[in-house]
Design a protein around this ligand. Sequence first.
Ligand SMILES: [Zn+2]
Length: 58
Amino acid sequence: MAETPQGTKLNPGDVAPPGTPATGEAPCPDCQGKGTVNGQRCRNCDGTGVVIQGIAGG
Ligand SMILES: [Zn+2]
């Protein structure tokens, strides 16, 4: 059961809230970090160009 603190906005491409251990920002795979797809704001990263992904290993 995943719970997110109030006020934390997750984008569809995020796997965890920012600051979660073993996660970090990565270029959005949908827009290649540009924040836009076909001239429109990327929905995967909400136009930020980055998504929160799990970091393998460690
Ligand atoms: Zn994107």
